[in-house]
Ligand binder design. Structure first.
Ligand SMILES: [Fe+2]
Length: 260
């Protein structure tokens, strides 16, 4: 039977370093994938505790806070390393491309090229199986209630990338590369103060801790994430961009967030 996201195959969330998030994806036959291991020690401990065999590492981009653990994990497990930035991460032995399908641990994963944060950033879409929910690992492209900084690309490229992600089904679970949710929501309220879905979720996170936001869903992001809400009249009014093209609203939001 193929693996799916349910109680039998939960996705492990490992907070690492200051605010990074590493994900553990256990599949069939005790095999396991890890997404963006910025460090190795906690991953190795958890693998041993759960008696899982690491077979694949998936990298969304080449920044060291997402790849710092790759070398040791590969050495200890002999796992395959999938990623797009061979220049920054020479441990990669499968260079992935847009729309590529990867079958591993009983899962089918589709690669989504997402230039914006870096020119070669990718996201990994775990396709739903048997009517279950899909999941997407977005690295530093789409955060909960935010998006990544533009280091190597123009705003238009990032905007196109997050629009592609937003086209995934609304029940798609969103697993971002950093725990920035509370700060992102505070920023979002500066441009859309009457968004009650954000206010309600902030209350929950203030009570239960920021990790309670993970995973989000694409449907919830469409209600709350300002970078996916460039058509909101409230946001446009705040930015004095009532009739501007969506891309211009996005770029202005990104500029304001950089200064926030
Ligand atoms: Fe990054």
């Amino acid at each position: 039977m193929a693996a799916s996201i349910d109680a039998e195959y939960p996705i492990g969330i490992i907070p690492a370093m200051q605010d990074n998030l590493i994900y553990l994806l256990p599949g069939t036959n005790s095999c396991c994938a890890v997404i963006d291991p910025g460090e190795a020690e906690m991953v190795l401990t958890l693998l041993e505790q759960a008696k899982l065999t690491l077979t694949h590492v998936l990298l969304t981009h080449g920044h060291s806070d997402h790849t710092g653990g790759v070398s040791l994990l590969k050495k200890k497990s002999g796992c395959s390393v999938l990623g797009s930035d061979l220049r920054r991460t020479p441990e990669i032995n499968i260079v992935v491309q847009d729309d590529q399908l990867v079958d591993m641990c009983g899962f089918r994963i589709r690669v989504i090229a997402a230039p914006g944060h870096t020119s070669s950033s990718v996201c990994y879409y775990l396709e739903p199986d048997g009517g279950g929910k899909g999941a997407v690992f977005t690295g530093d492209t789409l955060f909960i209630c935010g998006c990544g900084r533009l280091f190597e690309c123009a705003a238009q490229q990032m905007f196109d990338s997050i629009k592609r992600l937003a086209a995934l089904p609304d029940d798609t679970l969103l697993f971002p590369g950093h725990d920035y949710t509370v700060e992102n929501m505070r920023f979002a309220l500066t441009v859309e103060p009457n968004n009650m879905a954000i206010r309600r979720q902030l209350e929950v996170l203030n009570r239960d801790g920021s990790l309670a936001a993970i995973p989000s869903s694409m449907g919830f992001e469409k209600q709350t994430n300002p970078f996916l809400r460039t058509q909101s009249p409230d946001i446009r009014r705040t930015l004095n961009l009532a009739d501007a093209p969506d891309e211009q609203v996005f770029a202005e939001l990104r500029r304001r967030k950089d200064r926030f």
